[in-house]
Write a protein that binds this ligand. Structure first.
Ligand code: ADP
Ligand code: MN
Ligand code: MN
Ligand code: MN
Ligand code: MN
Length: 382
């Protein structure tokens, strides 16, 4: 597509980075905040940002409150509430939804003793809301704790400009075909590395165990990896990493999209789940890995239903059998195969122990639901 190539290379808007000026957030002065950022506030006032998954099952919300103490454990934090009729989690007449603090992270935006708090949500009768998948995940983990399930999740995403087109793409056109962008370097290969770098630092500061990051196959598509995290913590860690990314992108004036197939004919976005148990990590654990794959092969469609927030509809667009995916209709597994549902990494096959990679979860999946399904199928034989 030579025409599109010229559009990227000759587009002064992209080269100057002035594309950002479209966003109202990006044009606000960032240095002005510094005048107030360091204002001394009373030492016993701690700001807590409560974060939760809303009624869509794929977006996060947050609100802030002042505490009069430094919280050491989520149990010390007050249960709070919000207007569930504004988040798709309750109707107007009975709108209070409860927030139960579950995990505390350090706040990379405010620093000091301020905190980010991952919460789950409960209706007025204290039943979990429809999109609270954490509670079942916690139950599953409690039953198989002794087998030490680890999860490493690869979160792919793309950045959008305020016109909702991929960030940095030429107006009305496409960049040159994919090939040079994956793990790319250079101003015509990757866009917004500053944001990716800031996210990496913020997550490590917060206590989210980011294990790596790389540019992906489509320009403005990126990936970060979280983990290995143990049991239900994998979901907490990934949701908090997503929150931090959205929150940072606000400041940069770009939009983060976890849609699993943002542009047809280009690579989509996934959330590969790398999974192991204690036995899989021990000598000859490959036998246990193969056993888990055999179990997974029998419940393929059941897993597909919980691997995106629309019961498999989102993954229909992504799992086509092309662009490094397997068809949504078939279960396949293979060593080093990026066209399979499950991949056994080459090194795992050689060492005869380690982990398996489930490549099916969509980028907008709920990691509580995915890790729950993996524990129940592979460890609890449900
Ligand atoms: P890929 O080769 O598929 O791109 P990545 O390097 O992006 O893989 O991600 C691998 C992920 O697997 C990381 O999140 C890492 O923490 C995780 N991981 C490594 N060892 C294990 C293990 N034993 N169990 C579960 N996850 C693991
Ligand atoms: Mn109010
Ligand atoms: Mn990866
Ligand atoms: Mn990837
Ligand atoms: Mn992968």
């Amino acid at each position: 597509m030579p025409e599109a190539q010229n559009m990227v290379q000759d587009n002064p808007k992209i080269l100057s980075g002035r594309v950002l000026s479209n966003s109202p957030n990006a044009v606000l002065s960032k240095t002005l905040l510094n005048r107030y950022y360091d204002l001394p506030i009373p030492a016993d006032k701690i700001l807590a940002t409560y974060v939760w998954v809303d009624g869509s099952g794929e977006h996060v919300r947050c609100k802030d409150r002042t505490l009069n103490f430094i919280p050491k454990s989520p149990k010390e934090l007050p249960v709070w509430n919000f207007d569930g009729s504004s988040t798709g989690q309750a109707d107007r007449t009975n709108s209070d939804v409860f927030l139960k603090p579950q995990t505390i992270y350090k706040d990379p935006f405010r620093r000091g003793n301020h905190v980010l708090v991952m919460c789950d949500t409960y209706k007025s009768n204290m039943e979990p809301t429809d999109t609270n998948h954490r509670i079942k995940c916690q139950e599953a983990y409690d039953k198989c704790k002794d087998q030490e399930p680890w999860f490493g999740i690869e979160q792919e995403y793309i950045l959008l400009d305020s016109d909702l087109r991929p960030f940095g793409w030429p107006p009305g056109g496409y960049p040159p075909p994919q090939g040079p962008y994956y793990c790319g370097v250079g101003a015509n290969k990757v866009f917004a590395r500053d944001l990716v770098e800031a996210h990496y630092k913020c997550c490590l500061y917060a206590g989210v165990p980011i294990s790596g990051t790389n540019a992906e196959a489509m320009p403005s598509q990126w990936e970060f990896q979280v983990g290995p995290s143990v049991g239900v913590a994998a979901g907490d860690d990934l949701w908090m990493a997503r929150f931090i990314l959205h929150r940072l992108a606000e400041e940069f004036g770009v939009i983060v999209s976890f849609d699993p197939k943002p542009v047809s004919d280009w690579n989509g976005s996934g959330a590969h789940h790398n999974f192991s148990t204690k036995k899989m990590r021990e000598p000859n654990g490959i036998i246990e890995i193969e056993r888990a794959i055999e179990k997974l092969s029998r419940v393929h469609m059941r897993h597909i239903k919980v691997y995106d927030p629309r019961g498999g509809k989102d993954n229909e667009r992504r799992l086509t059998g092309l662009h490094e995916t397997a068809s949504i209709n078939d279960f396949t597994a293979g060593v080093a195969s990026r066209g399979s549902s499950i991949r056994i990494p080459r090194i795992v096959s050689e060492n005869k122990c380690g982990y398996l990679e489930d490549r099916r979860p969509a980028s907008n999946c709920d990691p509580y639901a995915v890790t729950d399904a993996l524990m129940r199928t592979c460890m609890l034989d449900e």
